[in-house]
Design a protein around this ligand. Structure first.
Ligand SMILES: Nc1ncnc2c1ncn2[C@@H]1O[C@H](COP(=O)(O)OP(=O)(O)OP(=O)(O)O)[C@@H](O)[C@H]1O
Ligand SMILES: [Mg+2]
Length: 228
């Protein structure tokens, strides 16, 4: 059963890697415009859960429904199209293409979706302004700071106007000041477009930007009541 109003829902996810049980009956659901923090110790299954939800890893058991459609029922081509057009991704180290300038990096997913260079770069510039990195348009990733690079990566993830933004430790490599700035801009931008954000983090300070927290422990998830 999909909870009412939920955009992305998972139930009973199990995933093993050889003798290792990464997920052991994990559940998840998120609404449009909601920011959910996925917390828990190292090795508890957070990234595996995110990869399953994003259709990157296939769970051994359980079901994942996006917008009323069961992911397991989609052919690979439809799944890649979904990832390209409706999902956005930010990882711990921005993973920008080093040979491209920042604006070309942000424009890349739009170009892959068929946009013309001029239009793609115009949209990219708008997103870079929003993330306050429009002074870096022509710089290459190697020439910018960690915090700036992550903001470029967030701009790239949001430029296609995704319905779900998946972020795995997006501030993990940053100091706390830069991390907070990235989180502020990321959550503001996502809320203004009504994107759902699945935010994996170790840090309580980062999770504080979410609407709701879930904790993954030994491959099982549970909702956590906010103490404040
Ligand atoms: N591709 C893989 N092959 C083998 N084992 C894996 C693979 N991916 C994850 N695992 C194992 O599954 C378990 C869960 O890993 P996962 O990466 O989901 O943890 P995590 O909560 O994201 O940890 P961290 O906070 O350190 O990133 C771990 O024991 C890990 O070693
Ligand atoms: Mg991880």
């Amino acid at each position: 059963m999909t909870p009412a109003g939920s955009l992305l829902t998972a139930s009973g996810l199990r995933k093993t890697y050889g003798p290792t049980t990464a997920l052991d009956g994990a559940d998840f659901s998120i609404h449009p415009g909601e920011v959910v923090a996925v917390m828990g110790p190292s090795g508890s299954g957070k990234s595996t859960l995110l990869h399953c939800l994003a259709g990157i890893v296939k769970p051994d058991e359980g079901s994942i429904t996006y917008n009323g459609r069961e992911l397991a029922g989609l052919p690979d081509a439809a799944l890649s199209a979904l990832r390209r057009s409706e999902f956005g991704f930010v990882f711990q180290f921005g993973q920008l293409v080093p040979e491209l300038t920042c604006v070309e990096n942000v424009a890349l997913p739009l170009r892959l979706n068929g946009a013309r260079r001029k239009d793609a770069e115009q949209t990219a510039r708008t997103w870079m302004e929003r993330l306050e990195v429009d002074d870096l348009l022509g710089k290459r990733p190697g020439e910018v700071s960690g915090g700036q690079g992550q903001r470029v990566a967030v701009a790239r993830a949001l430029a296609t106007n995704p319905r779900v933004l998946f972020a795995d430790e997006p501030t993990g490599a940053l100091d706390s000041l830069n991390g907070e700035r990235v989180m502020e801009l990321l959550t503001d931008a996502a809320r203004s477009t009504n994107a759902a954000v699945v935010l994996v983090t170790h840090e309580t300070r980062v999770a504080a930007y979410s609407d709701r927290e879930i904790v993954v422990r030994d491959g099982r998830s549970r909702d956590m009541e906010r103490a404040v």
